[in-house]
Design a protein around this ligand. Structure first.
Ligand SMILES: [Zn+2]
Ligand SMILES: [Zn+2]
Ligand SMILES: [Zn+2]
Length: 262
């Protein structure tokens, strides 16, 4: 392990589903809970890799997350897929992108995701865009494992309903969100993973997300030393659900830091 990576960790910036928790207009017991672990911003993690910083997904809460957690630089952003809760903070990358003078800030995305980003943020990406202070970012198409900030990131294909999305394996860790099934071949890419962050939307089944029972089965199959559930809705109350889980499986919460090895 390189010395620069002695301090590597995952910081959970948001552990909530697309609405966030509390959800607008809802007065349920989780949305009105005073437990800070029930306050869930939209899903994203920051990887601290020595002195490098890599973001996975820039959702609608990115600006607040960056201010709250003191994110002052980013070396790259990796995208899982192009749903609003994962991409809508792209424009708030602008202030951090301006310090990337020689080379633009790289954004990694699979082809389907990149096409949506180019369409939604056409004023950023189109060749004839005239927006003068657009983000200094460059889309890079994912096509297999890629070196980012000195670390190899292996895309892990996942199925989110009928949409294929991208999970990421890096070192002894993986971030796998927004999936209703994991193709068998993808489990091989997760061999030896010791820390995994997994989609676990709610107790009830959902057509495009893992529920808690699915996530428990996958956590067991992956066999990580510790598994953390994320992308949770207001149907999950931390203090009720967390104690019911096996010792090695816990609910993530905003602000959680998990050390990893590369
Ligand atoms: Zn999502
Ligand atoms: Zn609610
Ligand atoms: Zn999604």
């Amino acid at each position: 392990m390189l010395e620069a990576f002695e301090h590597a960790s995952i910081l959970v910036l948001g552990s909530g589903t697309s609405t966030g928790v509390p959800m607008v207009g809802c007065r349920c017991k989780v949305c009105t809970s005073r437990d800070r672990r029930d306050k869930r911003l939209r899903p994203s993690v920051l990887l601290r890799l020595g002195d490098k910083r890599v973001l996975i997904d820039s959702g609608p809460d990115f600006r607040y997350q960056a201010l709250h957690y003191g994110i002052e630089r980013l070396d790259a952003v990796l995208y899982t897929h192009a749903h609003a809760d994962h991409i809508l903070g792209l424009d708030d990358l602008r202030p951090l992108s301006f310090s990337h003078r020689e080379q633009k800030m790289p954004l990694y995305a699979d082809n389907t995701t990149a096409e949506v980003l180019e369409r939604v943020f056409s004023y950023t990406f189109s060749a004839d865009a005239t927006y003068p202070t657009r983000a200094r970012v460059e889309l890079k198409r994912l096509d297999g494992p890629v070196g980012v900030a000195g670390v190899t990131f292996t895309p892990v294909p996942l199925m989110h309903g009928r949409l294929q999305v991208t999970g990421y394996r890096f070192g002894n860790a993986a971030y796998l969100t927004d999936m209703s099934s994991i193709p068998e071949a993808s489990f091989a890419l997760l061999d030896g993973v010791e820390v995994v962050v997994l989609d676990a939307l709610r107790p009830q089944p959902h057509p495009t997300h893992a529920n808690i029972a699915d996530a428990l089965l996958w956590a067991e199959k992956i066999g990580a030393r510790c598994s953390w559930f994320t992308h949770m809705s207001h149907e999950v109350m931390h203090a009720e659900t967390d104690p019911q889980l096996p010792e090695s499986i816990r609910l993530a919460y905003d602000g959680l830091r998990v050390p990893i090895e590369l």
